[in-house]
Design a protein around this ligand. Structure first.
Ligand code: GUN
Length: 282
C-alpha cells in the first residue's frame, strides 16, 4: 500500500513559513499586498477567490478584492490591471480565470506586469521558467514539485512522466521536473503507447481532467504518483485523474483527491506574493 502524500499538511507548513517571513518583513514596515480580480459570478471562481482571501488573512498578506460584474468590458478590465501595475502598494495581481467570453484572456494576462504576475502565467515568466530562472513559478506546478520534494523524494535521475500538456500545468510541471534533473516525457491525447510510457515512470504526474484515467496496469510498482485532476463524479463526489483505489496498491507514494495537489496551489500563491513583494522592495 502506498504512503499518502498529505497536501493539506504540506500546504499548511508552507503557509506557516510564509506567515513567519511576512512577520519578519513587517518589522521593516513592509506588508505584501495581493490584488484579486474576479469578473462575473461563476460559483467555483467565487469559492477560489474566497479561499485566496482567507489564506492572505492567515499569512498576514493584505488583499485587495475586485468583484466586477459580468458585463465589465475588456477595456475596463485592462484599465484596472494597468492601475494596479502602477500602484506602489500592490505587489501581486491575480485575475481569476476563466474570464467571460467577450474578454480576451491572453490580452489580459499579457497586460499584467511580469514582476506582479503571481500566477506565473505571463509569457515572460513562462520563458524564465523554461530556462530555469523563474522567480514566479506557476502555482500548481510548483506545488507538485514541493509535494514530491517534501515527501523525501529526490527527482534527480528519475524517469518522470507527465500526462497532459496544458499551458497551466502539464508543460510547466515538465519544465520544473527537468530543472530538478529528472528525465521527462510528456504524454497527451496523440501519444502512442501511453500505458507503456506511464509504466516506465518513477514519478508520474497526471493532469488531463479525465476521471480515474490512470489504472493500476499503467503504473510501475513503487512509483510516486501525483494527481492534479479534480473531477466531479455523477454522485457529486470529487475524484482525480488517477484511479486511487487501484493505484494506491502499487505506488510507493500517492496524492489523494481532494487533499493532495489542490491545497498546494494557494500555498504557492502566498509564497509568490512574498517573493514578488521582496523583489519590489529590495
Ligand atoms: N482558475 C482556476 N485556477 C486558477 C489559478 O490558479 N489562477 C487563476 N488566475 N485562475 C484560476
Amino acid at each position: 500500500m502506498a504512503g499518502i502524500i498529505d497536501g493539506k499538511k504540506i500546504s499548511q507548513e508552507i503557509k506557516d513559513e510564509v506567515k513567519e517571513k511576512v512577520e519578519q518583513l513587517s518589522k521593516k514596515g513592509i506588508q505584501p499586498c495581493l490584488a484579486v480580480i474576479l469578473v462575473g459570478d461563476d460559483p467555483a471562481s467565487q469559492v477560489y477567490v474566497r479561499n485566496k482571501k482567507r489564506a492572505c488573512e492567515y499569512c498576514g498578506i493584505k488583499s485587495l478584492n475586485y468583484e466586477l460584474p459580468e458585463e465589465t468590458t475588456e477595456k475596463e478590465l485592462l484599465a484596472l490591471v494597468d492601475e494596479l501595475n502602477n500602484s506602489k502598494e500592490c505587489n501581486g495581481i491575480l485575475v481569476q480565470l476563466p474570464l467571460p467570453k467577450h474578454i480576451d484572456e491572453n490580452k489580459v494576462l499579457l497586460k499584467i506586469k511580469p514582476e506582479k504576475d503571481v500566477d506565473g502565467f505571463h509569457p515572460y515568466n513562462v520563458g524564465l521558467l523554461s530556462i530555469g530562472k523563474a522567480d514566479l513559478k506557476a502555482c500548481t506546478p510548483a506545488g507538485c514539485i514541493e509535494l514530491i520534494k517534501r515527501s523525501g523524494v529526490d527527482i534527480t535521475r528519475k524517469n518522470c512522466v507527465v500526462v497532459g500538456r496544458s499551458n497551466i500545468v502539464g508543460k510547466p510541471v515538465g519544465m520544473l521536473l527537468l530543472s530538478e534533473n529528472g528525465t521527462v516525457t510528456t504524454c497527451h491525447s496523440k501519444t502512442k503507447n501511453m500505458s507503456e510510457i506511464c509504466k516506465s515512470a518513477d514519478i508520474l504526474v497526471v493532469a488531463i481532467g479525465k476521471e480515474k484515467f490512470i489504472k493500476a496496469d499503467m503504473v510501475k510498482e513503487g512509483a510516486v504518483v501525483i494527481d492534479v485532476g479534480i473531477n466531479r463524479m455523477e454522485n457529486g463526489k470529487l475524484c482525480g485523474d488517477v484511479d486511487f483505489a487501484e493505484v494506491e496498491k502499487k505506488a510507493s507514494l500517492i496524492t489523494p483527491v481532494p487533499g493532495g495537489v489542490g491545497p498546494m496551489t494557494i500555498a504557492m500563491l502566498m509564497n509568490n506574493c512574498l517573493i514578488a513583494c521582496k523583489k519590489q522592495n529590495m
